[in-house]
Design a protein around this ligand. Structure first.
Ligand code: ADP
Ligand code: MG
Length: 487
């Protein structure tokens, strides 16, 4: 007789869908002209609408619709052209109306997707179920006073979009990559600052497990209000293990809403499904339906910037560079702009790309800045690259001496300054030949070694002659010259 194993040998996989709240960066709130900016004194950005005084009426901010549509288009969604708003009813101190205005049955965007490329190169497509418009609530402050809670209504009515993914996420890595891409996308489109610390991007993670190979989904738990990508990862790792252990021990998952304790790295129940609120959604009678006309939709489409994926694709096909090199430009609008300007006058386009992804990137990393901290303008930079490509200047001298000098004297053209600083490669073949003879004389044993087949020592001779020439020699020519002499 065999005894069953004490520990289950089931192999589980994680299943997750995210609900991502993005605070749009409009100047004013979604239904009033109150400022929507972050960081003001409590209750500085409030009016009759934010306070829900009797008779105050909401009026839709047009820009909110445009920003949501932009996000929907970027996420390959179908745009719903007839929108109305619903009331989601519940009582809370930071919600003076007693309901939140949102979209329930008819979200503004539906059925999209976002493609991810994982670290190992695997491509994953994550479905987007919906994007809907809603207003944020205010904020209760429980830590200001021992006996009282305070309410700050600055955030009440700030515009949000909620992006709901399909349960297509299979690991914490995919979830954090998805959020990273979302943050890049909202910034790229200019719809939000994507700042997770300030709450402009926050997410609820729905998490379940199932046996590998199973097609049915397990019962999910929803971890609320994760405010950093790291915490999303931690909550997922914790929940995955918790659910695995529970199920392996013969238990079952109860659908519930959880909070994440960032200090402990653990989740704890807030409420189970039985205690879930019934929000009694119904269309808000104070707001007329909004129709997004064909013209309006086309105008929004026309104003869309090229998307990172499109930019990457174009750079790869135009210049034959790798996806990861192209990605550097696709994710940095200022750098891409700089590249385009330099391309106008540079002779060899591939050179600019190599310079910007290589030495200039390293230099900017050292300085801890982006391209705005590089004080050589793009046209001037192209001149430097042309000098190097024309073999009038070595790359090393350009980087170490000419570019820093140009940063201090931006008005000087590159060739003039290089000449003034005597940085240009000396075409003086006689002098180089003389230096070469001196070097070969000085390193007699190495010359013998070379002649006996130790060709590697050539580098030593090149280096020595280069030193004597103050770095101002074309290395290739020098190689040829020395080889000739060593024959
Ligand atoms: P609700 O409206 O009750 O929150 P939804 O069906 O809209 O439910 O789903 C909310 C989120 O939960 C979505 O992101 C979805 O992908 C995710 N989700 C649904 N079922 C599961 C599951 N079994 N495991 C993990 N996530 C799930
Ligand atoms: Mg939910």
């Amino acid at each position: 007789m065999t005894t069953p194993p004490a520990v289950s040998t089931h192999d589980f996989e994680l299943v997750s869908g995210l609900e991502i709240h993005v605070q749009l960066n409009t100047a004013s709130k979604i239904f009033s002209s109150d400022s929507a900016t972050f960081g003001a004194q409590p209750n500085a950005h409030i009016s009759a609408v934010s306070l829900a005084l009797p008779g105050a009426l909401p009026k839709l901010n047009r820009e909110v619709v445009e920003k949501a549509v932009k996000m929907g288009l970027a996420l390959n969604c179908t745009i719903n052209q007839l929108n109305y708003f619903d009331r989601k009813n519940y009582f809370y101190a930071d919600l003076p109306k007693g309901y939140q205005i949102t979209q329930d049955a008819e979200p503004i965007c539906r059925n999209g997707y976002l493609d991810l490329v994982l670290a190992d190169g695997t491509e994953r497509r994550i479905g987007i179920n919906r994007i809907h418009l809603e207003e944020d609530a205010g904020k209760s402050l429980h830590d200001q006073d021992e006996n009282f809670s305070y309410v700050d209504l600055n955030r009440a009515g700030v515009p949000l979009i909620e992006i709901v993914t399909e349960p297509d996420i299979r690991s914490a890595e995919e979830a954090s990559l998805l959020l990273t891409e979302m943050r890049k996308l909202v910034r790229h489109l200019g719809v939000s600052d994507g700042n997770m610390e300030e709450g402009s991007l926050r997410c609820d993670a729905n998490i379940s497990i199932r046996e590998k190979g199973a097609t049915a989904f397990g019962t999910r738990c929803e971890v609320k209000n994760l405010n950093s990508i790291r915490n999303v990862r931690r909550a997922m790792d914790f929940e995955f293990n918790r659910q695995k252990e529970l199920v392996s021990a013969g238990g079952s998952i109860v659908q519930s809403t959880l909070t994440f304790d960032a200090d402990q790295g653990t989740t704890a129940p807030m409420r189970s499904k039985e205690e879930a609120n019934d929000y009694r959604y119904f269309p808000d009678p104070d707001l007329a339906p909004v129709s997004i006309s064909e013209e309006w939709l086309n105008a929004i489409k026309a104003a869309m910037p090229a998307l990172p994926a499109e930019i990457t694709h174009k750079l790869v096909s135009d210049f034959g560079i790798s996806n990861s090199e192209a990605g550097i430009f696709a994710e940095d609008a200022a750098l891409l702009d700089y590249l385009h300007k330099a391309l106008e006058t540079v002779k060899n386009p591939k050179s600019v790309i190599n310079w910007l992804t290589g030495p200039i990137r390293a230099l900017l990393n050292d300085r801890g800045t982006d391209i705005s901290g590089f004080k050589v303008d793009a046209a001037r930079f192209a001149e430097v690259i042309n000098l190097v490509d024309d073999k009038k200047l070595t790359q090393q001298i350009a980087i170490q001496q000419l570019l820093p000098a140009l940063e201090l004297q931006p008005a000087k053209d590159a060739a003039t300054l290089a000449a003034e600083m005597s940085l240009l490669i000396t075409d003086n073949g006689d002098q180089l030949s003389e230096f070469a003879d001196q070097v070969l004389e000085k390193f007699k044993p190495q010359v013998q070694a070379y002649k006996n087949g130790k060709k590697g020592v050539l580098g030593l001779f090149v280096g020595e002659v280069m030193k004597m020439a103050g770095g101002k020699a074309d290395a290739q020519k020098l190689n040829a010259l020395l080889q000739e002499k060593l024959k």
